[in-house]
Design a protein around this ligand. Structure first.
Ligand code: FMN
Length: 817
């Protein structure tokens, strides 16, 4: 119902007009939709025009505009005034007669229509009659009392605030305006509203394409036409930064920074720090709020020092991949929510950019407004990082205790079960004589330079003066991929091959007895040494000399074809181990197909809880960590770009990966294998007749020869094994521990790999790797010291062995690590 004070209200939407009557026989032509439905030019106006209601000339001008423009007129001044008068006397219910008297007294005889201000909103074609500024403010803040006292509200209204970045900051700016925290608002954003912004930015579909600064300024003008707002439609630039931070020569009281340009983020903080302006940033993930009190701490490093010593200039024009690690450093790779982490993995794969929710943005606006108010009122003085994490605060089991209600039973925790090791059968090769302890230390050192899965170094050695025993240190190798210890036995084979080659170079023959002690299933083999009586062939000496040089080289470089003689040499050294064979793929198309298959395996590994945990357990995130354990994978050896390293940190969260899996994502996890294969000269597969430890031991010897030969040839060698070890689990363990979905995927991939390596079909696959021409590896994996892994019988220490061995030619090489 319209009251008598609602003078006019005209619909601005076109109401259907009666059709003019045409001559009989002629139909009126309907409008051509293609001509009518064209976009008009709306412009960027954001400031309402004010007309003083008490000024007759202003009212005349306004009336003319209403008639000309067909504007809608909204006049609820009487209601506004009545509400004001009622709030001034909250303890009383005013009778209608009393109210009439109060109104007349308030207006001092002037008509209602002459009171206050008319505002014309050109973008919505409305004129609105509101109370004069002081009354408007009083009434609009009346429901803030006593959460905010009148005196506090006055102080808050005197504030001048800046908001940069309005995708997220728009909600903050509007909340600040609503709460009357700030009497002047400076808004900066160069971007325009898109449809996808509407998931978190309160705007209408008719506003798509409008500058975000304009639509925010309009929203504020609509809720408070008296507020002073200044939008900066170019966003923040070097040219306008000072004008933004210091309007009229006086610094802002507070800055809310929500932009995604790293340069601006840092630069604007540097400037704010110089001007002693406190800065707030809300990140719409886990309710993360950063408070930087540059007003109180003018020496404080920007962004809490999280970006390190990077100055703003270096952040100019970074591309997304360069920005990601820095952004993650600011947010804390391990502190972001699993959902965001899972999403970051998908950016540029299945997502265009990272997601932000209206709930989080609205919460952010609340958190920012609350913090701004309390900072202004001296109730919050510290800088720092705060989380208003709804997942943490509002979750099952976290509810406040309510009398009379019982807690729900605790959730069931799944127990993990480990497979029992298979029994070990003895197998004898042959035995010989003894060697001195010092030479043995050298041989063991060379043995430990062998590769092992995740650099777990699953070995121990003992020397009793006659035989060198290699023992499986099972606690170091227990892993899902080391099914039935096959990967460990491959590593043992490689270590023994090192010893055998080095011994040969020293003029010794090393005899290997596998599983020498039926009473000790951990004993892998005994080695006994005898003089050969002749010099080792040059090819053996060359392989031995390469032992300390051999490294896993994961560097990527443009593909170069494998030279014919390299191809032949590699096949030959592998074939020297009975039972083992090397298969090479060099055709780029087949390599690409292999990259795809291996990528699927990598994805499967990342998305399996057990394998993910084990993989992350292998990683050493810093040189200090790597030095502390001298095992595992130092991330520096992974040859990752800054962005990929940051991505790996994100992926180190199981919660994130679990979500990726649940949402059917993770394609990005397949990419590194594809990239690696695109940069490969060849892929090699060492195959053995069966999936037994002995066969994998032989495979390890063959692999080591191939790897050393590749080192001699200057080729980069990188194992790529998760998939083949999962196949081993499928082949010899019946897929135990795999989910049905994983087993199905693996069976499909099994077929694809068979087509790529048809000669290896049905055989054990101890080592799948890629060869490449690439620069030297950036870093080396460390090894535990010989003293940690070798136990020497004290009686063997003093006894000089009957064998005299020539020094190992490579002993002067730099020790690995
Ligand atoms: C059984 C086995 C599996 C391996 N799998 C991979 C692999 O999938 N990806 C990779 O980059 N390195 C792999 N490696 C290489 C090891 O991580 C590497 O040998 C170890 O970290 C020691 O480093 P080094 O080879 O440079 O001495 C594997 C090594 C072995 C023995």
């Amino acid at each position: 119902m319209r009251g008598p004070h609602q003078l006019e209200f005209r619909e601005t939407a076109q109401s259907p007009r009666p059709r003019p009557a045409g001559p009989p026989g002629f139909e009126h032509a309907p409008p051509d939709p293609d001509r009518v439905l064209r976009p008009g030019h709306e412009g960027n106006r954001w400031r309402p025009e004010a007309f003083a209601a008490g000024d007759p000339a202003a009212r005349e001008r306004l009336a003319a505009r209403v008639v000309e423009g067909g504007l809608a007129v909204h006049d609820t001044l009487r209601e506004q005034l009545v509400e004001l008068l009622e709030t001034r006397e909250p303890a009383r219910e005013l009778e209608p007669a009393e109210l009439g008297e109060r109104l007349a007294a308030h207006l001092e005889g002037a008509p209602l229509a002459h009171h206050g201000t008319w505002f014309l909103y050109p973008w919505s074609r409305r004129v609105v009659h509101v109370l004069p500024e002081d009354e408007f403010r009083e009434l609009r803040a009346s429901r803030n009392r006593n959460k905010i006292s009148s005196e506090e509200q006055e102080r808050l209204r005197a504030l001048r605030l800046g908001v940069i970045g309005l995708s997220v900051g728009s909600a903050s700016a509007v909340a600040l305006a609503m709460e009357q925290v700030g009497g002047e608002l400076y808004l900066a954003d160069h971007d325009r509203l898109s449809l996808s912004n509407l998931n978190r930015l309160r705007a209408g579909v008719h506003e798509i394409g409008l500058p975000k600064a304009v639509l925010t300024a309009r929203a504020i003008a609509e809720l408070d036409p008296y507020l002073r707002v200044r939008p900066f439609l170019d966003g923040i630039t070097d040219g306008n930064m000072d004008a933004f931070l210091r309007p009229g020569g006086r610094p802002l009281d507070l800055l809310v920074e929500e932009c995604d340009d790293l340069y601006v983020k840092v630069r604007v903080r540097e400037a704010a720090r110089a001007l002693r302006i406190p800065v707030l940033m809300e990140t719409s993930d886990r309710g993360l709020l950063d408070v930087e009190r540059f007003d109180l701490e003018p020496g404080r490093p920007v962004l809490h020092g999280l970006v390190g010593a990077i100055d703003a200039e270096r952040l100019r024009g970074l591309d997304t991949s360069e920005k990601v690690p820095i952004v993650l450093r600011i947010l804390g790779e391990r502190s972001i929510s699993p959902r965001l982490a899972a999403s970051l993995v998908e950016v540029k794969a299945t997502l265009k950019t990272w997601p932000q929710l209206a709930s989080a943005v609205s919460l952010g606006a609340a958190v920012v407004t609350d913090a701004a108010r309390r900072i202004a009122l001296g109730q919050l003085t510290s800088s720092g990082r705060f989380y208003v994490d709804l997942d943490e605060l509002v979750r099952d089991g976290a509810g406040a205790a309510l009398p009379g209600l019982q807690d729900p039973p605790p959730a069931q925790v799944e127990a993990a079960c480990a497979a029992a090791p298979a029994p070990v059968a003895p197998m004898v090769v042959r035995s010989r004589a003894a060697l001195d302890a010092q030479r043995v230390r050298e041989l063991v050192w060379l043995a430990t330079l062998a590769p092992s899965g995740g650099n777990c170094q699953p070995w121990r050695f003992s020397w009793d003066g006659k035989r060198l025993r290699l023992v499986h240190d099972a606690a170091r190798s227990r892993s899902f991929l080391d099914h039935r210890d096959l990967a460990s036995w491959l590593a043992f084979g490689a270590a023994v091959e090192n010893v055998a080659l080095a011994a040969a170079a020293m003029g010794l023959d090393a005899a290997v007895e596998l599983r020498p002690d039926p009473g000790d299933p951990a004993a892998v083999c005994d080695l006994r040494f005898a003089a050969t009586g002749g010099a080792a062939p040059a090819s053996v000496v060359a392989l031995a000399a390469a032992i300390p040089e051999r490294v896993t080289n994961r560097k990527l470089a443009p593909r170069a074809p494998l030279a014919r003689h390299a191809h032949d040499l590699l096949l030959r050294v592998a074939a020297e181990v009975p039972g083992a064979a090397l298969h090479l793929v060099e055709d780029p198309e087949r390599l690409a197909a292999l990259g795809e298959v291996l990528g699927r395996g990598d994805r499967l590994r990342f998305l399996s809880r057990t394998m993910h945990r084990e993989m992350m357990g292998e990683l050493r995130w810093s040189a200090e960590e790597a030095r502390a354990t001298r095992d595992g994978l130092d991330v520096a050896t992974l040859e990752l770009s800054g962005a990929d390293q940051a991505g790996l940190r994100v992926m180190s969260s199981w919660a994130a990966m679990e979500l990726v899996g649940r949402l059917g994502g993770g394609r990005a996890l397949e990419k590194p294998a594809a990239r690696a294969m695109a940069a490969a000269s060849a892929a090699g597969l060492v195959s053995v007749p069966e999936h037994t430890r002995e066969a994998y031991f032989a495979g390890g010897r063959a692999m080591q020869r191939v790897w050393l030969q590749a080192t001699v040839l200057g080729l980069a060698f990188q194992p790529m094994t998760p998939l083949t070890y999962l196949f081993a689990r499928l082949a010899s363990g019946g897929g135990e521990g795999l989910t049905p979905a994983e087993a199905t995927t693996l069976r499909e991939l099994r077929g694809r790999l068979d087509r790529l390596f048809p000669d290896a079909r049905g055989r054990g696959e101890p080592m799948l790797f890629r060869l490449a021409v690439a620069p030297p590896a950036s870093a080396r994996a460390l090894r535990r010291g010989v003293e940690e892994v070798l136990e020497v019988d004290p009686s063997a220490e003093t006894r000089a062995g009957p064998l005299r061995a020539a020094p190992f030619t490579s002993a002067t090489h730099r020790r690995a690590g």
